[in-house]
Design a protein around this ligand. Structure first.
Ligand code: FPP
Length: 249
């Protein structure tokens, strides 16, 4: 049997939610909360690297977030640009590989160039893979995957009969990496909100009751404790797993 003991997750996916409410509680503008959100992201990236997590995916901006007031959207994008500019050297120095996932069709040229430079610089790094989802949606991802798959069928590279979940996974964003095994959404909301809808099939779901700007190293450690306390069954019975003698927690 595959080793499914509850050790640390290999891939953690986080919806960074609650920046606006955090700011409102403090009687500050929403953008204040987003700025604090960048600081929280920095703490969590460091904690994930120290815990030897293989992949950390952060949901920064969804396909639906374009519906927000233009001023807020512009501010969020300028924060992304500045964060990439300011953090890239340190991320690289720490052997972190950065990937930006999502549609780039609405990005301006300086941002596209910044993303490409960051990805190229860090491409060969062998430590934590940091995936930041910007203008990403799980349904968009699946549609893009289907488009590539259909092209491969048309070109004769693939037969329709070859399509299986494991094969299709490779057509999705981060398809070369393990799927998230821990999903975290702070702020009290309990929704996936069109993040990795295919990739989260077997993830443990964790909803801590803090806003994202307050999610720090301590909260990260609590999330790991939550994960290691779960019995992950992958379709087996609890008895099968207990009897396997591996001490699945
Ligand atoms: C979610 O809180 C935050 C966003 C949609 C904005 C983007 C995230 C950041 C700026 C954090 C930094 C990330 C990186 C990786 C640089 P919300 O606005 O939905 O909060 P609310 O639900 O309380 O209104």
């Amino acid at each position: 049997m595959e080793d499914i003991s509850a050790k640390n997750p290999r891939h953690i996916a986080i919806v960074m939610d609650g920046n606006g409410r955090w700011a409102k509680d403090k009687k500050k503008p929403r953008v204040w909360g987003h700025k604090a959100g960048v600081t929280a992201a920095r703490k969590v990236i460091r904690a994930a690297a120290e815990a030897n997590i293989e992949v950390l995916s952060l949901f920064g901006f969804s396909s639906e977030n374009w519906r927000r007031p233009k001023k807020e959207v512009d501010h969020i994008f300028s924060l992304f640009f500045d964060a990439l500019s300011n953090e890239v050297e340190e991320l690289h120095h720490n052997n972190i590989q950065v990937r930006i996932i999502g549609s780039r069709s609405r990005f301006d040229l300086p941002l596209i160039e910044k993303i490409e430079a960051t990805e190229n610089l860090t491409r060969k790094n062998t430590g934590l893979v940091l995936a930041i989802a910007i203008d990403y949606g799980g349904q968009w991802d699946i549609c893009e995957g289907i488009k590539s798959l259909v092209e491969d069928i048309h070109s004769g590279k693939l037969a329709a009969d070859d399509i299986k979940p494991t094969l299709f996974s490779h057509y999705l964003s981060l398809g070369d990496l393990p799927d998230p095994d821990l999903f975290i959404r702070p702020s009290g909301e309990q929704r996936i909100s069109n993040f990795f809808i295919w990739q989260l099939a077997y993830a443990e779901l964790y909803f801590p009751n803090v806003y994202w700007p307050d999610f720090n190293e301590k909260e990260f450690a609590k999330a790991l404790d939550f994960f290691t306390s779960r019995q992950r069954r992958f379709g087996f019975t609890g008895e099968q797993i207990s009897k396997s003698g591996e001490g699945y927690a």
